[in-house]
Structures are given as C-alpha cells and as structure tokens.
Design a binder for this molecule. Structure first.
Ligand code: SF4
Ligand code: SF4
Length: 385
C-alpha cells in the first residue's frame, strides 16, 4: 500500500480509503449489513495496509437521510484496530436545527463508533442551503470547541455545489481537509479541477469521492469505450484506468471507494499498489482523454449548468433535470439517473411541471430548446412504464 500526507495535517493515510456507504447487505435491505462478509472485507483491507475508513451518520439507513447502521458496524469491526487507523465520519447537516444538535449528534456518533475521538470530522454534503443554515448556527464555533476538547482531531467538509461556493467555504475557516467528487468525467463538475487546485494551494488535505462515478465508468460500457481500453498497450480494467487517473495527481491524498464485494477490495488494493503520482505516460493520459471524448459525444443537452435560466416561475430545476438526462444517456444507466432525479428533486422541481411559458429559453446563452428537452426528461426519467 502507498501512503500520502493529508495536506497540512501531517498525517499519512493510505491512498485507498475504505468508503463504508455500500457495504454488503442482506436481502437487499440497506440497513441490514451482512456483518460476516463486511467484516471479512474490512479485515482484508486492514491486513493490506488500508488505514483510512470513511463513514457517515446516515449511511446504511432504513429511512433515507436518517440514522444508519454503517457507523455502528464500523465501531464493532474496528474496535481492536482503533489506534492504527484513521476514522472519518460526518455531521448529518440536514438534521441540524440548533447549535446543541451538533454536540448531540457528535456525542452519539462517538458512542456508535465506540471511540473517544474522530480523526477526520466532516460537515456532510455542503451546498448553498446547508452552508447557510450551519453558518448561522455557528458551526465553526462548534468545530473549534470539538477540536479543543479532543472529540475531533481535524475538521473538514464534503461538498456538492459549484466552485464559487467551494471557494467561499474554503476561505471562511481554517479547514484541515475537504472531500470532493472527482473522476476523469467530472473535472468541470461541482468543485472540479478548479476546486482541487484551490484547496491544494491552501494545503488542505483532499479526499476524493465517486472515483468511478458510482460505477458508471466501469459498468455497461459503450462498445467504442471498451474497444479503446481493449486496444491499450497495457491491459487495465476500467476501474484501474479511473483510479490511476486520480492517483496520478499529486494533489489528491486519499481516494475513497465504496466497496460492496471482497473482489472490489482485492482489486482496489492491487491497483493502489501502483498508484504513484505522475506515473501515467502522455500516451496513457491521451487514451483517457479519448474515452472522455466518447462519453461527452453522447451528451444529449449541452447545458453548462450556468443557471441563467433560473429561477423558473413553476419551480422546475432545469439544470438538474438536464444533468440527470445526460447521465442516463451518456452512461447508459437510466436506473441510477432516475434514482438521483427522484432523490435530488422535489415533485415541483421536476420536468413535468413545465408549463412551456418559454421564459427560460430567452435567458439561455446556449440557446437550448429547453421546453422540448424537458419533454425528453419526462420521457426518459419520469415515465418508467
Ligand atoms: S418554459 Fe417551463 S421550465 Fe422554462 S421557465 Fe417556463 S415553466 Fe419553467
Ligand atoms: S441557461 Fe441554459 S445552459 Fe444555463 S443552466 Fe439553463 S439550460 Fe443550462
């Protein structure tokens, strides 16, 4: 296993982090973790040098966005290794209504994880709304107090919004690290490459989530993408190309992989053993760019997510509708796109609420026929037949 220093913290973590949001479960029930299988996977990871474990209050919950079983499982599985590993978990930001809630949840998390401290503590899923609410409740005061009394060692945040907000959050507090979505298809999405470089310049540790885009870069590959990987001089799996792309970047410290099967753990550990920064050749990087171009050519709507069309008087969230339409068609994965469409958008924000007033089309710098494209969204993502 290879190790890198997590930014200014001086702590050295394995470049592969064990993401505990997709552990094996029994009978497809998200909250029923298959402890035997999951423990074997964690043990294998530990024996092979993985020392960064990432969870959250809400992972493996029965009711979405409420207390889940991942922390509880991890508390048991890592009890005897606690001194040798870094534990990362997250404040459930959407459940916080008062300043006291923050202490209450952190104390509960310590109990569930059977520990007296969290090494890397994150504000979960920061976006404009959540950041505003937490800031108003003095979240940085809470973090300062938790750092001072030793309940947490390092403070950070995970992020799901656009770069300007990312910069604002980075600049608003002396964070030790951040967690962002990044993969070769998402270099201009959310915090993106700009965010990666901005955080690195401030010496923040950088933890990566969604390195395989939730599996989109490894499953149901378009034939022409598979052909490129097959023709490469060096035989690598799609997961290997995606992970090596990330570890090639020296700014990246830990790449989290949400592993569901023992074979994922074995494969990822094997790949991580070669994850040296700046080790890919120009030819290999060009190959990844070629694959990226093929995926991009499958884009249905050239929406840049600029938001000039917003707000829609009916409440339709036009950029997210198009993002999920593109995801469905680019990655040939309607199931995941529909799930995200339904999870991220309230009823009134969905495409079927468009009354075709046309206001948005006047504002769109890309001249997208928004009304017609929203019909496509309804067809592809709402009409499940
Ligand atoms: S055309 Fe539809 S999406 Fe556009 S502003 Fe009008 S109601 Fe909203
Ligand atoms: S204005 Fe056009 S490009 Fe910008 S978010 Fe709206 S649809 Fe997309």
């Amino acid at each position: 296993m290879l190790y890198r220093q997590i930014g200014k913290t001086g702590q050295k973590a394995s470049i592969l982090g064990f993401g505990c949001m997709r552990l094996p479960v029994i009978n497809g029930k998200n909250h029923l973790i298959d402890e035997e299988k999951a423990t074997a996977m964690v043990d294998y990871a530990l024996r092979n040098g993985v020392n960064y474990f990432d969870t959250a209050y809400v992972y493996h919950s029965e009711i979405q966005f409420h207390a889940g079983m991942s922390e509880v499982f991890l508390g048991k599985a890592l009890k005897h290794e606690r001194k040798n590993i870094y534990l990362a978990t997250k404040l459930p930001s959407w459940l916080i209504k008062t300043r006291d809630d923050m202490d209450r949840y952190l104390d509960h998390q310590l109990e569930r994880l059977q520990t007296d401290h969290i090494d890397f503590y994150l504000l979960h899923g920061m976006n404009a709304d959540k950041w505003k609410i937490l800031s108003n409740l003095d979240v940085t005061g809470f973090l300062e107090a938790a750092l001072a009394d030793g309940r947490i060692k390092y403070a950070g945040f995970s992020f799901h919004d656009q770069f300007p907000l990312f910069r604002e959050i980075v600049d608003s507090y002396d964070w030790s690290f951040c967690q962002i979505q990044y993969n070769y298809m998402d270099e201009n999405y959310q915090a993106g490459r700009q965010g990666l470089q901005y955080a690195a310049a401030k010496d923040l540790g950088i933890i990566i989530m969604e390195p395989l885009r939730g599996g989109s870069l490894t499953a149901r590959l378009p034939a022409n993408v598979q052909k490129i990987w097959d023709a490469a001089d060096i035989g690598r799996t799609p997961a290997e190309w995606a992970l090596r792309f990330l570890w090639d970047k020296p700014e990246i410290n830990v790449v989290l992989s949400g592993m569901t099967e023992m074979e994922h753990v074995v494969e990822n550990i094997r790949i991580a053993s070669e994850g040296i920064a700046q080790s890919l050749t120009d030819k290999e990087l060009a190959l990844i760019q070629e694959v990226k171009s093929i995926y991009q050519a499958r884009t249905k709507v050239d929406c840049t997510g600029c938001h000039y069309c917003m707000p829609c008087p009916q409440g339709v969230n036009i950029p997210i509708c198009f993002l999920q339409l593109n995801n469905a068609l680019i990655y040939n994965d309607h199931k995941t796109a529909r799930l995200r469409y339904n999870n991220f958008l309230k009823e009134q924000q969905r495409a079927s609420n468009c009354v075709k007033c046309g206001r948005c089309e006047e504002a769109c710098p890309q001249h997208i026929p928004i009304k017609d494209m929203l019909k496509e969204v309804v067809l592809e993502l709402e009409n499940t037949g």
